[in-house]
Design a protein around this ligand. Sequence first.
Ligand code: SF4
Length: 299
Amino acid sequence: MENHKRITHQMGVRALGAFSGGLDSMIAAKVLIDQGIEVEVVSFSSPFFTSDAGRTGAMQLGIPWREIDYSQTIISLLRNPPSGFGNNCNPCIDCHAGMFRKLGEIASVEEFDLIFSGEVVGQRPMSQNRGSLNRVARLSGFQEMLLRPLSAKLLPPTDLEKRGLVDRSRLLRLSGRSRKAQILIAEENGFQYKAPGGGCLLTDPNYCSRLKMLMDIPGLLNETTARLIRYGRIFRLSEDTIGLIGRSEEDNARLEELALTGEKITYALPDRPGPTGVLIGNRDNLEKLVSLVTQYAKK
Ligand code: SF4
């Protein structure tokens, strides 16, 4: 008689999912809910992506949701991603592995039986081909607990399926980049979902080139500076300093607010309207910042 829990249906089985609130993660959760599995989900937040869609998606499904601040992990991965970057500044393989590691740690403490995600084989050429999915699972350290319900029938049966915790016959065999099948399922279930893609700034080429400028200067990348560089024009003021100049009132307001929390120097002309400038780096470059603010105020 094996020691593993073996049951004939999925009642009493608990699953914890990585949940962006996008189409794939909504359907992955629904597939498990439909088996009678008790599903809870986690959305990750950082300067590069938010958990907002996750919260609203979980509300739609009526399942418990929690947020994990992933900022420190993703920032340290940006400094040194063991598996490298995707097309832009996105260390997707290590990022996914890190998320599953967090889920696995929670699952072990809180006695979840499995962790899952909405990954689909072949959906992203670099990070969701079969090799990458295997690598992510291995790197996470929780390979034996990890299920990909959307592509499960195209992947070797997991221990979870063999043990009868999950009914493999009711998992899906989705693959590739087309989301037609997912859209159909979403429509059948009346899901409101956010448009696929575009949720992570690290995949945005414009943001990535700003981030590279920031990362090029040792010690400048942190949570605040990663948020600050979303706004305004960016200038390399010297070897060790970056300047930001607001392009609009909204930019100015965001720059001021973020600079205040990150204790960065800001400058705005005292006597007439103009942009807000923020200095990231060496204070000796303040004059250069003042000169840029004056120049753009004239414009
Ligand atoms: S797109 Fe962004 S959030 Fe998603 S795995 Fe890649 S780095 Fe992480």
